[in-house]
Design a protein around this ligand. Sequence first.
Ligand code: FAD
Length: 468
Amino acid sequence: TPILLWFRRDLRLADHESLRAACDSGRPVIPVFVHDDQVADLGAAPRMRLGLSVAHFAQQLEAMGSRLILRKGPALQVLRDLVQETGAGAVYWSRLYDPAAKARDTQIKSALKEDGLAPRSFAGHLLFEPWTVETKTGGFYKVYTPMWKAVRDRDVPQALTAPGRMLAPESWPQSDCLDDWQMGRDMRRGASGLAARCCVGEAAARDRLTRFMDGPVTAYVKNRDLPGVDGTSRLSENLTYGEISPRVCWHAGWAALQAGQGDAEVFLKELVWREFAYHLAHHTPHITTGNWKPDWDAFPWNTDETDNVQAWKQGRTGVRFVDAAMREMYVTGTMHNRGRMIVASYLTKHLLTHWQIGLDWFADCLIDWDPCSNAMGWQWSAGSGPDATPYFRVFNPVTQLDKFDKDRAYVKTWIAEGYRTPSQTALDYFDMIPRSWAMSAADKYPDPVVPADEGRKRALAAYETRGF
Ligand code: FAD
């Protein structure tokens, strides 16, 4: 009897445990992708990007004589229908760890068991299963550094190679047509510009890793904080959809370290920040939905879509570092980590606005949107999370620019106003934003909606009056 192989955020052939187990079983394999509520609920850019990944992966499967069956509906119903239609005796998938996916998968697993099937879930999205990383007293880590020390020297099994062949079923079930799903339907103007910038699929992800290990890793410690320099791996986009496994990245990092590239250790540490985000979400799922520290519920955040919040979203706060970063995200679907920290600090501290508003906007715009890293990043910035930046640490977006973008390479890449010859990327922004934003490259660059010093004083006063 065939095995249904349910793909979600694991759209690759190499280092794929459930795929390997299904192929090694000697039984026919039916790969499936389900457009369920969790796909429908994705923000505009990540859903569009997921569509590109699904299309690419379907082609990869076809090249090896298989197919990706596409179906829309509640996942359990779809899987049950397919079991009926194909006579499948088992359903395999790779585990996901964000609270919403975990709740869905747990329910599906028990329902399929009751149906008499053999559902099996496998590792692959993380380096370390969250429940296998424990403090000495058997608890979970709330602070990053001890977790890093606990996992740094762990044995991580070698990555699996892609299976040579996959047995096809005697007949294929019907499949939807991906175009009919219109995965990019909620994109505002400029969807094709964003799609053209994406780096889709397994081969592209591997090339990215190789390129990084052949060059930028040598100066990663110095350059990873400079948004105007191409100094990081940019692999978050691919890790999000599982086009490359964290294990492959981990081993590449270790190989570089052993070959004398000391900076590779910091890359390994960054991969463990991703693990930490999942570790926290596994043990304290409310991190994705509410203040991790409940005393922050009393903080008087602004929760309205004020003019200043709109200015933040639209990259016209008049604060260059903030605007450059917000425009970078709008045009490319990603944002440099330094930019993410600056814009999150500006929204939550200078504009005293609830981090949830920023988290939701990121979830709509980022092609590397990750439910756990995004939540951890926002709560870290706002001060409401575990291991968070303390309330009195208010990034000054002006001095940060002098420190991390001295020659203004980043600002010039993303801001057109005021330059006689603006860069093409800065102009691209105006081609992509909705006309209703009424912005033009010929405008005068705006004055700050909240100047750096004034915002800092106001934030500190708000925190202090509340006794934080
Ligand atoms: P590299 O510097 O090359 O690092 C390698 C990998 O390590 C990354 O691909 C990523 O998987 C992981 N990593 C690096 N830094 C972090 C971090 N701080 N937290 C978790 N993992 C990390 N990352 C996302 O993948 N998706 C998000 O939705 C997301 N939202 C964020 C929101 C805020 C407010 C903040 C402050 C950070 C957020 N991050 C998010 C983390 C980080 O900014 C990105 O992972 C990083 O910029 C990706 O670039 P890179 O792949 O070139 O990273």
